[in-house]
Design a binder for this molecule. Structure first.
Ligand code: MN
Length: 191
């Protein structure tokens, strides 16, 4: 299986002005993401997990293998959430966001606020749950699928995601990230 092969960046390899410099992309994609994949591959060798998907390993494994597979899965999802060009929120998703957060703009405020306040290293998500759409924060390598939720959108708030370009200004990184969300990918994750 090729679940441990580094995928190319869905928005192309060149920098995105105002969000990702070449140096950030090199370290975040080519070093951090690749290292999670390489480590998960190494730790899965000779086990039942060697032939499983990253999602299956994230749910079924434990310890360092689980954490590295989850981080690989999280990064794959994160980069898919990003578009080089600004995208519009599809009507179906816009309606669901308004139903759950009162408006798309209020969702933006709540999502950025949750991500700013996600203490330390982690991820902030938009998830689909039986109760509706929710903003959900995880620490370290956490992923909502281990709690049975469907991820729609995520943002990486580990310092390696923004420190080269934004230093400690996490809120500025999040505002820039929000301008580059691939809303078609997010809407496509709705079940
Ligand atoms: Mn990261």
């Amino acid at each position: 299986m090729d679940q441990f092969v580094l995928p190319s960046l869905p928005f192309g390899a060149s920098p995105i002005e105002g969000l990702f410099s070449e140096e950030t992309l090199h370290f975040h994609h080519g070093v951090h993401f690749k290292n999670y994949l390489d480590t998960a591959k190494k730790l899965s060798e000779g086990t039942e997990f060697a032939v499983q998907s990253l999602g299956e390993i994230t749910i079924g494994a434990s310890g360092a293998l689980q954490r590295n597979a989850a981080q690989a899965l999280n990064h794959d999802f994160y980069f898919k959430c990003i578009s080089r060009e600004k995208t519009a929120v599809p009507e179906t998703l816009s309606q669901v966001l308004s139903d759950n957060f009162s408006s798309v703009e209020k969702f933006r405020e709540d999502f950025i606020s949750a991500a700013v306040n996600n203490f330390g290293s982690g991820w902030t998500w938009l998830i689909q749950s039986p109760q509706g759409l929710r903003i959900y924060s995880t620490a370290n390598a956490g992923n909502p699928i281990t709690s049975g939720f469907i991820p729609l959108l995520c943002v990486d708030v580990w310092e390696h995601a923004y420190y080269i370009d934004f230093r400690n200004r996490r809120a500025d990184y999040l505002k820039a990230f929000f301008e580059h969300i691939n809303w078609n990918f997010v809407a496509g994750n709705l079940k």
